[in-house]
Ligand binder design. Structure first.
Ligand code: GLA
Length: 729
């Protein structure tokens, strides 16, 4: 069992694969203290780390200095208003106006397996894979019960955390803040890494020193967002891709969040993660429970790369679900960049015919097929087929596409409504809005109030009708704006601040309905590109559109940043036309294919219009995809080049779990004058095995490839790409 309670020491030892996490119950008052998090240790008694025999003593021994104790004690779930001035984990507002809250140990249970989080996505595991500890902690003044839930994964360096709060008082209370995890590290020498960006520039990496005070990222956009990401990691300042201690925190949630590191007095660092408490409030009636989403904590003692590989393994096996979880995805062609809104049945069939000839496997009809949608100014919410464009109807189109031996997929933006739509004209109050205030438009659209069941039911029915009307095998679920004017005319004033979270729960409910009723449909999430690429969404869809920027060179950074946490099997990547529609860059077709291979792979161009020599390359790319996708999707990813640090090249290596097959993808961003070949060193091989280069037929030892490296021949010109494939002898 991965979790033990030592009665005598009153301490819990949570062991994941090579990780230990220790918690102790301290003093007669039963404070819940954080003792240790890091590489696995055999020791059970590490309570000395809490310095409880040094000044300030625990309150029973020295209540005179209780305040100092509260402000320095390493707390597993920090109180508010009771002397701990670092970031609190929880706060409330009682009916008499009290905000202070602090919970102490009451009881615990340890069991095999992992509980579900009601209404929320979360990682899952069997009784063999996981052990769970639930510590029930109580604020006896408020009759508030907080259950801290920890699950350790037996075969991965993963510990997950979540929290349940129940009001046991006989009157309601407002929860003002409920974070999901707080870890007090007894050290201050940390760097931190976060992911940042913008539309078309998602998940660029930022690394900086953790300083005194609070620093981190947060979203108040109603989604995880292009700009920030629900992820933070703290690491040794010397940590590299392959060495050093790294602690990752990723939030399994798709709404407002906070991820923060705080350098505090006494050289400590508090890392917290949870729902953003700004503008949050949740009314709990007597005996009602609030469930806070899950934080996935990953520990690596072998640098950033191992942290990523652990997240990849966890998400591939314990988060992503459904038919396509372990399967190669059909190579799709999407008509967005090919036609934008200007298409009809004939145009789509032209594309499909050509696509089928070159080996593409699915046609996806993007935005513009419904209602009066002729541009992005109208018709969102009117999910009925526009038969002026789709002449002959949807079933006819899908049947024709199927006859070409292609699957068919469709785009929806279910959460949105255009002011110029039949839906808005019929139900102007169905969007999120503040009574009497004109709503902020974004892309000329409003957000439907998915916290309301009747709104969800109506939209679900219209989606269901479409999906049941033809053989649709893929859905792209888009969300093209963020939330403003958060209010509605339904909830009472003291529950209005719940809308943010209720909205996210509503989205999850819709995705749950969709994936339950249509289990064979491949769902791809999307949000103006990659604004909602988060583990919450991955629970429902095995792949997510990574960015609207399809330029191969821009994608190197975007995909590099995304791969920090997410497996390549989830990274939506397509070959598009040049000049690239976002940056105007011209890259070779071959390189665009190589970059898209590090993802789900597909095309986003008008295959009837691209140059003949590009078109002729597609069958070869299709072949490459089929040859390498199992390895790319299931293998271990090693980053060799880092375009953030060295913008000259990018290099990623995939090694099969058995270490018997290796693929290296290399992109030379800029050609170098007066240079010879470039030497790169491979990683993760068996040093004693021999590997044959499939192109040159030369054989090298794993030791040579990892220590001496391999030469990438000189390539003339910018934006050149190369693949190298090795098979173990
Ligand atoms: C978003 C998506 C695109 C495309 C458009 C359609 O921007 O990211 O891929 O679907 O919407 O409006």
């Amino acid at each position: 069992m991965g979790i033990k309670f030592n009665e005598e020491l009153k301490s819990f030892k949570i062991d994941a694969k090579d990780t230990s996490y220790i918690i102790s119950i301290v003093d007669e008052e039963q404070f819940i203290g954080h003792v240790y998090y890091g590489e696995k240790v055999p020791d059970e008694d590490m309570n000395y780390l809490m310095r409880l025999d040094e000044n300030p003593f625990v309150p029973t021994k020295n209540n005179r200095d209780r305040g100092t104790f509260m402000d320095s004690f390493p707390n597993e779930y920090a109180s508010h208003g009771l002397g701990d001035y670092r970031e609190s984990s929880i706060s409330v507002m009682t009916q008499s106006g009290v905000t202070a809250v602090g919970v102490n140990y009451d009881s615990h249970v340890i069991y095999n397996g992992k509980p579900k989080l009601e209404g929320l996505p979360a990682t899952f595991g069997s009784e063999e894979d996981c052990t769970t500890l639930e510590i029930t902690a109580i604020d006896k003044h408020l009759n508030l019960e907080v259950v801290l839930v920890y699950t350790a994964f037996e075969n991965l360096d993963v510990i997950t955390r979540s929290v349940r709060v129940t009001n046991r008082a006989n009157e309601s209370v407002q929860l003002r803040k409920v974070l999901s995890a707080s870890v007090d590290f007894d050290r201050s020498d940390f760097d931190m890494m976060t992911l940042h960006g913008s539309w078309a520039r998602e998940r660029h990496i930022s690394r900086r020193k953790v300083d005194l005070g609070k620093q981190g990222v947060s979203s108040l956009r109603g989604q995880s967002g292009h700009q920030v990401h629900p992820f933070i990691s703290v690491m040794d300042p010397t940590a590299t891709e392959d060495s050093g201690e790294v602690f990752g925190f990723n939030f399994v949630y798709s709404g407002n969040f906070i991820a923060q590191a705080e350098g505090t007095q006494f050289d400590k660092t508090r890392v917290v993660m949870g729902i953003n408490h700004e503008d949050f409030s949740w009314k709990l009636e007597t005996d009602e429970t609030f469930v806070a989403p899950e934080v996935v904590m990953v520990y690596s003692n072998e640098g950033i790369g191992k942290m990523s590989r652990t997240y990849h393994d966890l998400y591939r096996t314990h988060l992503i679900r459904g038919k396509y979880k372990n399967k190669k995805r059909p190579i799709l062609i999407n008509n967005w960049e090919a036609t934008y809104f200007d298409f009809d049945t004939e145009k789509l069939l032209d594309i499909a015919r050509e696509a089928s000839e070159v080996g593409i496997e699915m046609l996806v009809m993007d935005d513009g097929w419904f209602g009066e949608r002729s541009s992005d100014n109208m018709a969102l919410g009117d999910w009925v087929v526009n038969e002026d464009k789709i002449q002959g109807g949807l079933k006819n189109l899908v049947d024709e596409v199927n006859k070409l031996d292609l699957k068919f997929g469709i785009w929806f933006e279910p959460e949105m409504v255009s002011p110029d739509s039949d839906l808005y004209r019929a139900h102007p109050d169905w969007c999120i809005h503040i009574e009497g205030r004109e709503g902020v438009l974004s892309r000329n659209q409003y957000v439907l109030d998915f916290s309301r069941e009747e709104v969800r039911d109506y939209i679900y029915e219209s989606l269901r009708k479409i999906l049941s009307s033809a053989n649709i095998e893929y859905v792209k679920w888009d969300m093209n704006r963020q939330l403003t004017d958060v209010g509605n005319s339904i909830l009472p004033a003291d529950q209005q601040r719940e809308i943010w979270h209720r909205y996210v729960l509503g989205v999850y409910d819709m995705m749950d309905r969709l994936t339950t009723e249509f289990p064979d449909v491949l769902l791809e999430n999307c949000s103006g590109g990659g604004a909602r690429f988060d583990p919450g969404m991955l629970y429902y869809s095995p792949q997510i559109w990574t960015s609207d920027d399809t330029d191969a060179i821009e994608r190197l950074k975007i995909q590099h940043g995304t791969s920090m946490i997410y497996p390549v099997s989830s990274i939506g990547a397509h070959v598009s036309d040049i000049p690239n529609h976002t940056v105007g860059r011209k890259t070779p077709f071959e390189t665009r294919g190589i970059v898209a291979l590090s993802g789900t792979f597909g095309y986003e161009l008008d295959v009837t219009k691209i140059p003949q020599e590009d078109r002729d390359m597609i069958p070869k790319q299709v072949e490459m995809y089929h040859k390498f996708n199992d390895l790319i999707r299931e293998g271990d990813l090693y980053r060799i080049g880092n375009v953030f640090e060295n913008p000259e090249f990018d290099c990623v290596e995939y090694v099969s779990k058995k270490k018997d097959e290796v693929l290296v993808t290399f992109v030379q961003v800029l050609a170098r004058p007066n240079h010879r070949s470039r030497r790169i060193r491979l990683k993760g091989l068996n040093k004693d095995s021999y590997y044959r280069d499939q192109e040159t037929n030369k054989v090298y030892s794993g030791a040579a490839l990892m220590n001496g490296g391999i030469l990438i021949p000189v390539m003339g010109g910018d934006f050149q790409g190369k693949l190298m494939h090795f098979i173990k002898e």
